[in-house]
Design a protein around this ligand. Structure first.
Ligand SMILES: [Zn+2]
Length: 138
C-alpha cells in the first residue's frame, strides 16, 4: 500500500513539474466557483452551476499551464485590478479594530478622512492631507 502511494505521489510530482500551480487569481476563481455552486443549489439556478464548472475548468487550465509568464501577468493584472477594493477592506478592518479608541472624521476642506482620539469632546485638528484646521466633536 505504501509503495503504491509513493508511486502515485511520484507520478503526480512528475506530472506537475514545470507547471504553474496556484496563485491569488486561482484561489479567487475556486472560491467564486464554490459560492456559485452554493447559490445555484439554494436558488435552483442551473446556469450558475454551469458557470461554477467553467470557473473550475479555467483554474485547472491555469494551474496545469507551463506558460509561467502569461499566468503571472494575469495574476498581476488581477491583483492590480482588486488593489483599490482590497485597500478599502483593509482600511475598514483597521477602523473596526480601533473603533473603541478612535473616531474617524472628514476634513471639511478636502474631504480626507483621518482619525482622532475618541471621547475627548470638541477637538481642533489639522488635516494630514491639506493642512487646514477644523473642529470636530468626538
Ligand atoms: Zn483636508
Amino acid at each position: 500500500m505504501q509503495g503504491f502511494l509513493n508511486s502515485v505521489r511520484d507520478r503526480v510530482s512528475r506530472f506537475m513539474y514545470g507547471r504553474y500551480g496556484g496563485d491569488q487569481l486561482g484561489m479567487t476563481l475556486v472560491v467564486a466557483s464554490v459560492v456559485c455552486t452554493v447559490v445555484a443549489s439554494l436558488a435552483g439556478w442551473r446556469w450558475l452551476s454551469l458557470l461554477s464548472i467553467v470557473l473550475v475548468l479555467v483554474e485547472l487550465w491555469r494551474m496545469l499551464s507551463r506558460d509561467h509568464a502569461a499566468r503571472s501577468n494575469e495574476n498581476q493584472a488581477f491583483l492590480s485590478a482588486v488593489a483599490t477594493p482590497r485597500a478599502w477592506v483593509r482600511r475598514q478592518q483597521g477602523k473596526w479594530a480601533n473603533r473603541k479608541t478612535k473616531a474617524y472624521v472628514r476634513c471639511p476642506h478636502c474631504h480626507a478622512e483621518f482619525a482622532l482620539p475618541k471621547g475627548k469632546g470638541r477637538l481642533r485638528a489639522t488635516c494630514p492631507k491639506c493642512g487646514q484646521k477644523s473642529e470636530h466633536t468626538v
